[in-house]
Design a protein around this ligand. Structure first.
Ligand SMILES: [Fe+2]
Length: 248
């Protein structure tokens, strides 16, 4: 079975369209969504409609949870809160319902993987997986983890292997593709479709062959300026567009 995993779209519809086009060429058996369909970006309706069409299963991101009133956003900074509230006012009931039905975590026991937006330790808290310290915290829930655990939220692409005795190592994924053959859980941080923050402006997503155990990190070009312009035209916070140019 080949699966595709995408997340942190953040209402960046041109980026999502480019990723979906690439995924269609790969023709996976299922497409999994890692949360944050909305927030920051200018096309929540188009983004949600396309996700509804292509996604097999998904989880609720913190921006999504803010839109449907399932997380406290009072400590988010003003510009972020503004776009979350604007999104709630903009989307249709059907689109709201799509977000509202998403769970915090999704487990596929047969294929031995799970999805969570932030750390799967307490998924409703949306803790970030940024580095080795945050991965080590996962030893507390090791028995719950699967062979491979797909995460979003940080907008980076990383791969960590839990090596036992409260240790973990980060694996170099610069080659884009590698075989997953480890006894202990692997934490795959899948990057962002619509707001990458690793200095690469291209949209990111991941594919995984559950039989051959081959994990692949993908990057796709899209029309960044189209999104920057739309954000300015709608008078949404400019920085959410301008930062897309450098991928920060
Ligand atoms: Fe996000």
């Amino acid at each position: 079975m080949i699966i595709a995993l995408l997340g942190d779209v953040h209402s960046n519809f041109p980026a999502l369209e480019a990723v979906v086009k690439e995924i269609e060429k790969i023709s996976p058996d299922a497409v999994y969504f890692l949360g944050d369909a909305v927030g920051y970006g200018p096309w929540p309706e188009e983004t949600l409609d396309l996700l509804k069409k292509v996604v097999t299963e998904g989880v609720l991101g913190n921006h999504d949870a803010g839109v449907v009133g399932k997380t406290d956003i009072s400590d988010y900074y003003d510009a972020v809160r503004y776009v979350i509230n604007w999104t709630t006012d903009t989307i249709t009931n059907d689109q709201y319902e799509f977000l509202d039905k998403l769970k915090y975590i999704h487990v596929e026991n047969d294929e031995n993987f799970l999805l969570s937006h932030g750390s799967p330790r307490m998924p409703e808290r949306y803790d970030y997986i940024f580095g080795e310290k945050s991965v080590k915290n996962l030893y507390e829930v090791e028995s719950f983890l699967k062979n491979i655990n797909f995460i979003g939220h940080s907008h980076y692409m990383n791969l960590f292997v839990m090596t036992g005795q409260n240790r973990c190592v980060e694996i170099d994924i610069s080659s884009g593709e590698l075989e997953i053959d480890y006894e202990k859980p692997v934490i795959c941080v899948c990057g962002s479709v619509g707001q990458p923050r690793d200095g690469d402006s291209r949209a990111g997503f991941v594919t995984y062959d559950t039989v051959k155990k081959i994990l692949k990190f993908h990057r796709v070009e899209y029309d960044v300026e189209k999104t920057v312009k739309k954000i300015i035209d709608l008078r949404l916070p400019r920085s959410f567009g301008e930062r897309l140019r450098d991928g920060y």
